[in-house]
Design a protein around this ligand. Structure first.
Ligand SMILES: CC(C)(COP(=O)(O)OP(=O)(O)OC[C@H]1O[C@@H](n2cnc3c(N)ncnc32)[C@H](O)[C@@H]1OP(=O)(O)O)[C@@H](O)C(=O)NCCC(=O)NCCS
Length: 166
């Protein structure tokens, strides 16, 4: 049975393990190996995760099936002082995709956003990532695009997608 809980720093190894197993599968055909390694270090090293949770107000959720971790998400309420909740990360292990884990994470973030009077969910997705279709299916709309310079000559080429919460 699936369960979901709020992660703490004890869970960083779980998040790091899932990220390292999922990113090559997700981005192998979209980004260079060098960019994947660079981004994993930038976003998932222990200092990076510590800064996100302790300084930037990111909250991580983990989904397990019994005691097996399958995926995680992170979100930030009141993004940049607005009434938006920004979803920074959502990754499910390749073998566990398509079984409702992503939807469970999204529904949980939606509930928390509503409880905190946020009226919109917002996220960035790589323009070549098929996750765009998942987000469209669950009610997100493309509201813009941006290229973000992340250093070392690498770019994130994203769509911005929003979903208004009724
Ligand atoms: C995108 C992702 C988070 C979706 O989570 P998931 O657990 O696989 O999706 P779910 O099983 O909850 O799917 C919900 C619905 O969306 C559909 N869906 C899921 N992924 C899809 C995709 N890539 N393309 C089209 N539809 C998709 C499912 O078929 C399902 O439809 P249904 O409700 O009619 O059955 C997950 O597949 C994932 O981690 N992908 C790789 C990492 C990634 O790209 N993360 C996002 C970075 S921005």
């Amino acid at each position: 049975m699936l369960s979901i809980y709020n992660a703490t720093s004890k869970d960083y190894p779980i998040i790091q393990e899932i990220a390292h197993q999922t990113w090559p599968d997700t981005f192998g055909a979209i980004l260079s190996k060098e960019q994947i390694s660079y981004m994993l270090e930038m976003m998932y090293s222990t200092p990076a995760l510590t800064e996100q949770t302790e300084k930037k107000g990111h909250h991580f959720l983990i989904v397990k099936d019994e005691d097996i971790p399958l995926g995680y998400a992170s979100y930030e309420l009141n993004y940049k002082g607005s009434s938006k909740t920004k979803i920074h990360k959502i990754y499910i292990l390749p073998e566990a995709q398509g079984k409702g884990v992503g939807k469970l994470l999204m529904n949980t973030i939606t509930d928390v956003a509503r409880e905190n009077q946020n009226n919109t969910l917002s996220l960035n997705v790589n323009r070549d990532n098929s996750a765009f279709d998942f987000y469209s299916k669950i009610g997100f709309e493309k509201v813009g695009e941006e290229n973000i310079d992340i250093g070392d000559g690498f770019l994130m080429e994203d769509y911005i997608m929003d979903k208004k919460l009724a």
